[in-house]
Design a protein around this ligand. Sequence first.
Ligand code: ADP
Ligand code: GLC
Length: 476
Amino acid sequence: MKILHLSFECYPIAKVGGLADVVGALPKYQSKLGTTSSVIMPYYDNAFTKKNKLNEIYKEEVSLDTNIYQYTIYKVDSKKIGFDLFFVHIEGLLDRENVYGYEDDLYRFLSFQLATLNWIKTDAVDFDILHCHDHHTSMVPFFINYCYDYKQLEDTPTILTIHNAQYQGQFSHDLMDLLPSFDFSNVGLLDWYGQINPLATGIKCASRVNTVSPSYMDELKHNANGLEGLLRSEENKCIGILNGIDDVFWNPEKDKMLVKTYKVTNVVSGKKKNKIELCKKYGLDPELPLFGFIGRLVGEKSADLLPEAFKQSIKENQNINIFLLGSGHQHVEEELLGLKEELNGNFNVHIGYDEKLSHEVYAASDFLLMPSRVEPCGLNQMYSLRYGTIPIVRRTGGLKDTVIDIGDDGFGICHDQASVWDICYSINRAIQLYNETNTFRKIQKRIMKIDNSWTKSAQDYLNLYSSINLPQIHND
Ligand code: ADP
Ligand code: GLC
């Protein structure tokens, strides 16, 4: 089976968040199960494309209304990253430094999808499944089913994976001319509440739709930023498949980014060494329990609650350290930087994106905070488990599916509300656990042995592909 993943992110080439981790890992685990999985993504102007040899394999043009763009498809040999990787290069449009955040993002998303389809159709590269990720690529099922230019691809099954339903890519019907011509009797498939909504269109037209955890799929049927009814009416083709982690790359025993690698048998000394290093660098006391937070500083992650929760916890306890790595809303960043002065010695922060530092924080911390309001899956909690770091999570989405509270014979600390009070309460429970040294160490060892690798979920995706010829899927 030949699978093509279409995505705007893929680790290690371009990463904004977990989407990159998923697209950079899933194809490798699928290939272990006997498929040929490849990824196509935009060519960005970044370190990867500058450093690596790219082979030009196709050249053509793509048009959006009256704009015509020349494009080139490059291939990177699979030996480089574990699967075949293709880039769509459009000079001036796709070859930017960042992945998102440009005024003409709509043009970038559409041109990428159409260039990919033009290549697939004319170059006769034969893929059995087109697997689209998020709204940036979710128009593909509509294009191949209803646009005259792509009719020859209409039998190709499509999967849409929803990593985050908050972002749907809506645009006005006034821009409909950007789309290739299609049978107008199907115009309703484009509309959702008076706008063209790529994510909704993908849900309507894809052969199968999945979210990145079972609980998130359940939640979306009641709260999906306007898509609840649609997900309920399409439920026979929808399923939740839990993300996995790349357990070869995220492995404390082999992690080259750590000052000291470690495994279950030497987790105590290994983590201690990493903690001492991080604390030394950031002016914290390595004798105290260390709480980490890594992530985008946005409402979905409850970032707005963190400054007050940190202040209250540290003022109340005095005997903890907190370290935050992240970037996002400016007012949260500023509040955190202010707090660094106020809580000097107990709190520090690195505003920005830093892959190496993230590994150091997973390894050095005793606990990892994830009080998310919305978490479609979440990978941080799974990385932290692998690194022997106890997750403190709000019971939502994928966090609910991967972390069980210590009170229920589990290994994490869970709370229900996204509130300062709940975060502080959980931190207090964590301190109590930290002081029960034997139990704490037993849990540390236990969590490192949990298998959250992609092996099972990669098979779940194959089962989903195979279900396409069946009338509906079975949500067990
Ligand atoms: P999301 O995709 O919603 O941001 P996930 O938990 O799925 O959340 O994935 C986040 C990924 O991004 C993880 O690999 C995490 O380590 C990484 N990450 C988030 N923020 C940063 C940062 N500031 N520096 C380095 N890595 C980060
Ligand atoms: C999104 C979600 C996150 C998920 C990631 C990968 O960014 O916010 O919860 O883990 O996609 O699927």
